[in-house]
Design a protein around this ligand. Structure first.
Ligand code: FES
Ligand SMILES: [Fe+2]
Length: 355
């Protein structure tokens, strides 16, 4: 009986060596969401991020283009920019070397103290940055494959959303910190079998029987049709008869939840083999801000309730991955197909032997 062509064994959910290999094979190499472009509108505005073990900076240059460099000073490796903000050129705080927005050396204090300087060789190392409709993605790899190749098929799916992603502004932000491996959180997200049992009320706006998990390259689309009748309970997603919320997962660390009242992202930030930070920014267009104003307290309660329902299961599942009896022995057709697809994608990146 073929259940999984590549099943992730329990140890892979807590093994530090596996985590190191995931950093090398997945997080350091793939496109990852960094921020909304509205954070990078003014010339000189910048954000920093760490993708796997690669600290990078993204800068809006004076010609309007976005530039991305490794945030590692070529002098002795200090971090040049921190957090986000606006800068005039790139200046390292350690010995004050400065660089142009093209990454070339601009000024080296006490230059005469250096015997041999290969100025060309001191150029900042480029990373990759691209924007899809206001969502800024970066990769630590210079000349990464075009973002539209990576997201092929998925962007068409997201295009069905009636609101413009690029016009959105962040209206709320939540952070969770869980002692759970990132893959458990992803596998929980990419199956809808648990919805009726774990989220009967919090996801009550949706018709669970109509939800599917559909592979799309390394990603997974999870279209969520709304119920025909209004939900009896309040839901963070505004009920919309006849509509579909085009939710889903973008490998490896992003999920997207576009709904009529707002769009939220889950950004998984793996800290260790057994700890993951989950950032949840919530966005709205001007129209949504006007017509579906966010009540911060209600939204916070809704998101915390919904997430806690998942975390309760995921925390115990994390412990159970160490059991001698841990294995996956059945999958619910189209409703857990996402788990199978994610594991297959993971194995292909990790060069794991297929079972
Ligand atoms: S490490 Fe950056 S100037 Fe010295
Ligand atoms: Fe869930």
């Amino acid at each position: 009986m073929e259940l999984f062509r590549c099943q992730i064994s329990g140890s892979h959910y807590s093994d530090p060596c596996t985590f190191d290999k995931e950093i090398k094979n997945i997080f350091n190499k793939t496109w990852q969401y960094v921020c909304h472009e509205s954070q990078l509108l003014a010339p000189g505005s910048y954000v920093t991020a760490t993708l796997g073990t690669e600290p990078i900076l993204i800068l809006r240059a004076s010609d309007g283009s976005l530039r991305s460099f490794h945030n590692v000073c070529p002098h002795r490796g200090a971090r040049m920019l921190s957090g986000s903000g606006t800068c005039k050129g790139i200046v390292c705080p350690y010995h004050s070397w400065s660089f142009t927005e093209s990454g070339a050396v601009n000024h080296i204090p006490k230059k005469q103290w250096f015997e041999h300087l290969d100025i060309e060789g001191l150029h900042l190392k480029s990373a990759s940055v691209e924007v899809w409709r206001g969502l800024v993605f970066a990769s630590g790899v210079e000349n990464a494959e075009p973002l539209n190749h990576w997201l092929e098929g998925y962007t068409e799916y997201l295009e069905g959303y009636e609101f413009a992603y690029e016009e959105m502004r962040q209206v709320a932000h939540f952070t969770f910190d869980e002692n759970v491996n990132w893959k458990i959180l992803v596998e929980n997200y990419v199956e809808d079998y648990h919805f009726a049992y774990v989220h009967p009320k919090t996801l009550g706006a949706f018709d669970f029987s109509g939800v599917r998990t559909i592979p799309c390259g390394p990603h997974i689309q999870i279209p969520m049709p709304y119920r025909d009748t209004p939900p009896t309970e309040h839901s963070k997603y505004l009920w919309e008869p006849g509509g579909v919320s085009r939710q889903g997962y973008i490998f490896p660390l992003l999920t997207v939840q576009p709904a009529r009242n707002h769009m939220s992202l889950f950004i998984f930030k793996p800290i260790s083999a057994t700890r993951t930070i989950i950032e949840i920014p919530v966005f709205q267009t001007a129209f949504q801000q006007k017509n579906f104003p966010v009540d911060a307290e209600v939204l916070k309660r809704d998101i915390f309730n919904d997430m806690e329902e998942d975390f309760v299961v995921c925390r115990d599942l994390q412990v159970n991955t160490k059991s001698s009896q841990f294995s996956i022995n059945a999958v619910a057709g189209e409703h857990e197909l996402g788990v199978k697809h994610f594991q297959k994608t993971w194995c292909s990146f990790m060069d794991e032997n297929i079972k």
